[in-house]
Structure formats: C-alpha cells, structure tokens
Design a protein around this ligand. Sequence first.
Ligand SMILES: NC(=O)C1=CN([C@@H]2O[C@H](COP(=O)(O)OP(=O)(O)OC[C@H]3O[C@@H](n4cnc5c(N)ncnc54)[C@H](OP(=O)(O)O)[C@@H]3O)[C@@H](O)[C@H]2O)C=CC1
Ligand SMILES: O=C(O)C1=N[C@H](C(=O)O)C[C@H](O)C1
Length: 250
Amino acid sequence: MRVGVLGARGKVGAEVCRAVEAAEDLELVAQVDTGDDSDDLGALTERGVQAVVDFTHPDVVMDNLRHCVEHGIHAVVGTTGFDDARLDTLRGWLDASPATGVLVAPNFSVGAILMMRFAAEAAPYFESVEVVELHHPDKADAPSGTATRTARLIAAARAEAGSGPVPDATSTSLDGARGADVDGIRVHGLRVRGLVAHQEVILGGPGETLTIRHDSLDRVSFTPGVLLGLRQVAAHPGLTVGLESYLGLS
Ligand SMILES: NC(=O)C1=CN([C@@H]2O[C@H](COP(=O)(O)OP(=O)(O)OC[C@H]3O[C@@H](n4cnc5c(N)ncnc54)[C@H](OP(=O)(O)O)[C@@H]3O)[C@@H](O)[C@H]2O)C=CC1
Ligand SMILES: O=C(O)C1=N[C@H](C(=O)O)C[C@H](O)C1
C-alpha cells in the first residue's frame, strides 16, 4: 500500500513516518507538513497515495479529509477535535465515495483503548467517577480526545445500567475548578512539561476507590495501532470511530 503522512514533521507524524518506512508491506510515498515545500495535498494524487495518516491539527483536519475522500484516498486519522457534527459531515462526504474508508481514533495505543474499555465496564458499579488527563503543554486541545471519548463511554455505560448522576454537592466554586462536564462526567486537564500522554479514571464507592491509569511514555506507543489501521482501512469502507472494531473488541 502506498502511504502519505500529513503532519509528517510533527511529534507523532515523524514517528509514524519511521514506522511506515520500516514496514515491508507499506511504502511511504508522500510526507506533507506546513514546514515543507511539499505542503500541498495535490502531492497525494500525483504520487498515487492509497491511504493517508493524519496527525495535524484540529483546525485543518477536516479540509484534509474532504480532499482525501473526494479523491478516494483512505484515511487513518489520529488528529483530535471530532464532535458529532464533524463526524456527521464526514459521513456525508463518505456517502458520495462509498468505497473509501476513514478511521478516526482518539487514541491508537492498545493500552489506552483497554483503559477506556475497563473504565466503561467499571463505571456502573461505582457512585462516583471522574477523568483526569495529563499531557505535555504543547497540546492544542483540552480536554484530550481520549478523555472526551472515555467520559462519553462511561456516561453511556451508566445510562444503560440505569445508574444515577454522580454525586456532587458543590454549590460555590471558581470557574474551572470542577473541570469540564462531558455528558455528566467531570473531566480535568493538566498540562505539564515533561509529560507525554497520561490518563486516570478514578471511581469511588463507600469506603473504596478504584483508579485505572494509562501512560504513554513515548510516542512509539501509537504506531502499532496506526499500522494496523493502515492495513485494515480499505476493508472497512465508510466511517469507523475508534480502533476497537479493528482489534476485534466491539
Ligand atoms: N489518536 C492518537 O493516538 C493521538 C492523537 N494525537 C493528536 O494528533 C494531533 C497532532 O499531535 P502532535 O503530533 O503532538 O502535534 P504536532 O504539532 O507536533 O504536529 C502536527 C504537525 O502537523 C503540521 N500541520 C499543521 N497543519 C498542517 C496541514 N494543513 N498539513 C500538513 N501538516 C500540517 C504542523 O506544522 P506546524 O507546526 O508548522 O503547524 C506539525 O508539524 C493532535 O490533534 C493530537 O491531539 C496525538 C497523539 C496520539
Ligand atoms: O496531543 C497528544 O499528545 C495526544 N492526543 C490524543 C488525545 O487528545 O487524546 C491522544 C493522546 O492522549 C496524545
């Protein structure tokens, strides 16, 4: 498969380029970044790219994807910032290009995917649950895509189980002190130099807490999932959200 990487000089994109170059069944034929002469999506079709990997920025990813879908190029997307409206827009573009596959995954690390799954599984058994995400301070978005997805999965699992709202008697607080409310679940974001990507889900009931923690200590944690995405995306036309189904987890 002929692969193009968008955001090729970025922190994750550079790691993805190394992984694709090392894979015998994949050929890296285009590297696109704002810092390069080749900052041009036209390079993708000129070089016969069959699938792109996008690790760019939430502000530009939709334009990239519109171009790819219009040209029948499959896409494996790590860039964050996808809400329901964006996903609906993507589905609309894909309806007009039914053979094209797009995978949007808030996190490509296997450990993070399992952390989200375990958190959702545990959530109905506890009164309280809150999400704390911790990242490097150069990150563009907050809360992280992973934290938002985790909170949504937790909220859905609790709704299905008939759990009530999480308890919180706070009546006075400074703005932000209780984090962001994602579907009724509080999400807190820390930005600290030295960190890469980390998350804790803290669950609590009478007399006990359970903490589920995942740490990406190096950005190589994302590349096996990205390679899996590249190898499977053509066999999954339309939009897939989350790497879980490619891993046989859903
Ligand atoms: N799903 C997952 O598993 C993961 C997702 N992410 C997400 O991936 C995204 C990128 O993260 P990260 O690598 O840390 O960020 P970086 O800022 O290090 O890299 C992004 C790169 O994309 C470039 N870029 C910006 N606009 C364009 C464009 N239109 N075309 C091509 N390249 C462009 C940037 O250039 P310039 O700096 O000049 O703007 C930069 O080199 C974020 O949304 C992050 O949250 C990160 C880790 C894992
Ligand atoms: O920007 C990052 O670094 C990361 N972004 C993704 C997110 O927002 O969840 C994945 C991981 O947390 C690293």
